[in-house]
Design a binder for this molecule. Structure first.
Ligand SMILES: C[S@@+](CC[C@H](N)C(=O)[O-])C[C@H]1O[C@@H](n2cnc3c(N)ncnc32)[C@H](O)[C@@H]1O
Length: 412
């Protein structure tokens, strides 16, 4: 250990233990080597190890921490119990066995999202490394887990419908998209949430995820609205104790009561802000896109491909297209429009139309509230520091003949 890593270790002996000032060698000595069986057979020594603060325990030849089934009874060796005891104090990391490697490489998914993404989308770094399709952001095993979860959404739907019938919800076989409320629509509604959980799970289950050493858990892809490159990815089991798939379902269940407070139903529909008529005679509060900060449409395909896989049969109109619409998105993406200037013009023209449409249609009794977040700024020696995104947006507001009655800074 000294030659390879420059770490000086001492070998545990009874005499060494007796000579340590506190009586606990694991507390007093930084680097110790102990015979595994000596630890496994000595409860007092195990207590001392558990009581001491340590960073890392390395088991040499971890496959010898064995447990076996005799009939239906599980027999654990002393070494196995030792590892369990230490595992309760910290996470156990094991090198993969050849069996585990064979399982990983044998995975062969029946489906994969072989849709190409736009390589120069805002915040996309993976295209620079030869990755061209969504499916290439997942290992075979992750693709298999994702497709299996998507298929299970359909299987669950049948069971939910049967349960709803047993609970005497009745059924008129009207689908959710057609406005149904009985067992068929109920089963579809629950499946929509399960499909959302599955597509959300993709954030935990791809090759951009890395290991967060500090918190000892997975670092998901979307730490921010971008797709960075990462080389040292960590692969999570959907059933592991770290961010299991079911915790995603639970977070959706926890959010549900807030989505319809006092049972007042909300309604969502998708319209182009430049041409919509939804806001006629309404009070409007809007959060428009921020110039070139985030490429929502390109990013959302990461989730959409999975949503579509699990929910297309339930929401065929909503999920009709293979990817989300891009051309009408009011975002200044230089690579999509050919140059920075053309992207800026596209944003200004579209945003002016969107703001003019709001000005024309909104109910005159109240003001329109607009949230506009911007971080980016450009600095040059002549004009100082300015934010072209914010300026272009304000120009669109003024061209639309909206009158500013006040602006407030907001922290979020
Ligand atoms: C700043 S985000 C809104 C975020 C939202 N308030 C939230 O908390 O999730 C701007 C949104 O405008 C949408 N958008 C972009 N172009 C649009 C257009 N032409 N018509 C309607 N919506 C558009 C984007 O897809 C994005 O969802």
């Amino acid at each position: 250990m000294f030659e390879k890593f420059g770490l000086e270790f001492r070998v545990f002996t009874k005499d060494l233990e007796a000579a340590t000032p506190s009586g606990n060698p694991f507390e007093d000595i930084d680097h110790l080597i102990v015979r595994l069986d000596q630890m496994a057979r000595n409860d007092d020594l195990q207590e001392k190890l558990c009581a001491a603060g340590w960073d890392l325990v390395v088991f040499d030849e971890a496959h010898k921490l064995a447990a076996h089934f005799f009939g239906s009874k599980l027999e654990k060796t002393g070494r196995f119990k030792l590892a369990e005891k230490l595992g309760a104090h910290s996470r156990v990391y094991l090198p993969p066995t050849s069996d585990a490697m064979a399982v990983a490489t044998a995975a062969s998914p029946t489906w994969r999202p072989d849709l190409e993404f736009f390589q120069q989308a805002l915040g996309f770094r993976v295209g620079n490394y030869g990755i061209t399709k969504w499916s290439e952001l997942f290992t075979q095993r992750q693709l298999m887990a994702m497709t299996t979860l998507c298929d299970l959404v359909a299987e669950a739907r049948g069971r939910i419908r049967r349960d709803a019938m047993t609970a005497e919800l009745g059924d008129d076989e009207t689908n959710l998209e057609s406005g149904g409320t009985a067992a068929t629509a109920y089963a579809e509604a629950v499946s929509v949430y399960l499909g959302m959980a599955t597509s959300r799970w993709a954030d935990f289950c791809n090759t951009i995820c890395s290991w967060n050493e500090q918190n000892q858990n997975i670092r998901v892809l979307f730490a921010r609205q971008a797709i960075p490159m990462s080389w040292d990815f960590a692969e999570l089991s959907p059933f592991s104790s770290v961010g299991p798939w079911f915790s995603v379902v639970e977070s959706i269940v926890a959010a549900l009561p807030a989505t319809a407070p006092n049972n007042i139903p909300g309604r969502a529909s998708q319209e182009n802000a430049s041409t919509q008529t939804l806001s006629r005679n309404k009070t409007v509060s809007t959060d428009p896109p921020y110039f070139d900060n985030i490429g929502y449409a390109d990013l959302s395909d990461f989730f959409y491909v999975w949503l579509r896989k699990s929910l297309h049969s339930i929401l065929p109109s909503l999920l009709a297209t293979t990817a989300v619409p891009k051309s009408e998105e009011l975002v200044a993406t230089p690579a999509r429009h050919g140059s920075k200037e053309r992207a800026e013009k596209f944003f200004l023209d579209g945003m002016t139309k969107a703001m003019a449409s709001l000005a024309d249609q909104a109910h005159p009794a109240g003001p329109i509230t607009i949230y506009y977040a911007f971080k980016q700024s450009d600095t040059d020696s002549e004009s100082g520091t300015a934010s072209s995104g914010c300026e272009t947006f304000l120009e669109a507001v003024s061209r639309a003949s909206l009158q500013l009655s006040g602006t407030w800074p907001m922290g979020s």
